[in-house]
Ligand binder design. Structure first.
Ligand code: UTP
Length: 224
């Protein structure tokens, strides 16, 4: 199978702990023994911190996005270091290059262009390389009907259609560093490509393995 794994910066980088990154690398190496693996890393708290700094200095949203992209690429490089010889040794910056580099190891990339987040990058990449599965490893255990931190009655979907996903995320405000389980551009690409997608809690990296093995976990987004 061809699998794209999106790893949120907040779950990849936590307390500057190299063991967390090693744990992700070990899971990805295991998956790569029998699959083609492409990884997209997010920027997490560091991206938000630097975006805030840029905004404080008067930078516009596009420039703040560029700051975020730089951080996602830094996280991508850190993961490449942990993957060692299993990874293509450089951070990929275009979908076209990802396709070629995929012949030479696990591809790791961060952001690509302003206006969206690495959720969208992973969905576009999955479409571009013709992936069979897109896994979004984030800091929550799936997609909720509304933000569970704000609405305690919000329910988690075990399965939902891509159309429902779009409806849920469309209310999210899109600004540099914004937080939503999947960004609106990503949700629309998942809808149009019909790619099988699983949103799961990446705080435990072994959840990614469970999803690849077909175990029920997180929220599965089915094509319409
Ligand atoms: P992330 O993909 O990390 O956003 O990109 P996130 O949703 O906050 O993900 P977590 O916290 O890592 O799970 C960080 C910021 O970088 C810019 C955006 O401003 C985004 O909010 N970015 C990233 C882009 O503009 N384009 C990209 O392709 C990627």
């Amino acid at each position: 199978m061809k699998i794209v794994v999106s790893i949120g910066g907040s779950v990849l980088i936590s307390d500057s702990d190299p063991d967390r990154i090693k744990a992700f690398a070990s899971v990805l190496r295991e998956i790569a023994t029998s699959n083609h693996v492409f990884v997209v890393t997010g920027g997490g708290e560091t991206a938000r911190k630097y975006i805030k700094l840029g905004r404080g200095l008067g930078a516009n949203e596009g420039i703040c996005d560029r700051i975020g992209i730089d951080v996602t690429r830094l996280n991508a490089y850190i993961l490449i270091l942990a993957l060692g010889s299993f990874a293509y040794p450089e951070v990929i910056t275009t979908y076209r290059d990802a396709l070629v580099a995929g012949e030479h190891g696990i591809v790791v990339m961060g952001g690509v262009s302003p206006g969206y987040t690495t959720d969208a990058v992973s969905a576009i990449l999955a479409e571009y390389v013709g992936a069979d599965l897109l896994i979004n490893a984030t800091s929550v255990d799936g997609v909720y009907s509304s933000d569970p931190k704000i609405n305690p009655d919000s329910k988690r979907y075990e399965q939902m259609s891509a159309y429902e996903l779009v409806e849920v995320v469309l209310s999210t405000k899109l600004h540099a560093g914004s937080t939503s389980v999947i960004d609106p551009v990503g949700a629309k690409v998942i809808e149009r490509s019909g790619i099988r997608t699983i949103v799961l809690n990446g705080s435990d990296p072994s959840n990614i393995l469970k999803a690849v093995r077909g175990e029920k976990i997180g929220t599965e987004i089915l094509s319409d």
